[in-house]
Design a binder for this molecule. Structure first.
Ligand code: FES
Length: 193
């Protein structure tokens, strides 16, 4: 979802918003949001843009890794998965919001030792940190994960795909893709990392 501040004509760039939780007549957005935003202000919302996580039915042990500034963008997937028999473990150094009892949490440093536990991994990762992912996982160049993974790449999306500005370009094995159209969730195998 891209939000534009209708009360501020100088705010020409839209802000990507991600759902953290459903609400009665809308949704709670994951932080951060601009500090200038105030209750009651008018926003123009465009979207939803692109596509989100789509886990195979066979997943039984889901690892979640939050490498951005919040775990909130992963919480809708956590709440949805909590309805099933899937075991879930979050790896992060960030504070956790109220979470289902079925979610275990460990510090990020535990991930390297626990990589043989999940049969599926999901990441929340700012695009600019994609080159560091290999060292976070402790994987030497030329090696990969033993399980499939999807990555929510966060980046600015100033035109929401309307002008093909390219600001949200993501390096993939098949050239550049747009986070606003082709993502923001990508199969990790698709990406150059
Ligand atoms: S935000 Fe402009 S192409 Fe994606």
């Amino acid at each position: 979802m891209l939000a534009s501040d209708l009360d501020n004509p100088e705010a020409v760039l839209g802000i990507p918003l991600f759902k953290a939780e459903n609400a009665m007549q809308g949704f709670w957005a994951a932080p951060p949001i601009p500090v200038s935003w105030r209750p009651g202000m008018n926003l123009d919302l465009v979207g939803p843009l692109g596509h989100g996580f789509d886990l195979p039915r066979e997943v039984r042990r889901l690892g979640l890794v939050a490498l951005g500034e919040t775990v909130s963008r992963l919480m809708p997937l956590v709440r949805q998965t909590a309805q099933s028999q899937v075991g879930m473990t979050m790896f992060t150094d960030l504070p956790l919001p109220a979470a289902p009892a079925s979610l275990e949490a460990y510090p990020l440093a535990s991930l390297v030792e626990a990589l043989d536990w999940p049969d599926y991994l999901v990441f929340d990762l700012p695009l600019e940190h994609l080159p560091e992912l290999r060292s976070v996982l402790g994987l030497p160049v030329g090696t990969g994960l033993t399980c499939p993974a999807q990555v929510l790449l966060t980046t600015s999306m100033p035109c929401a795909g309307l002008a093909h500005c390219g600001a949200c370009a993501v390096p993939t094995r098949r050239g550049w893709k747009l986070a606003c159209e082709d993502g923001p969730v990508f199969d990790l195998n698709q990406l150059k990392w």
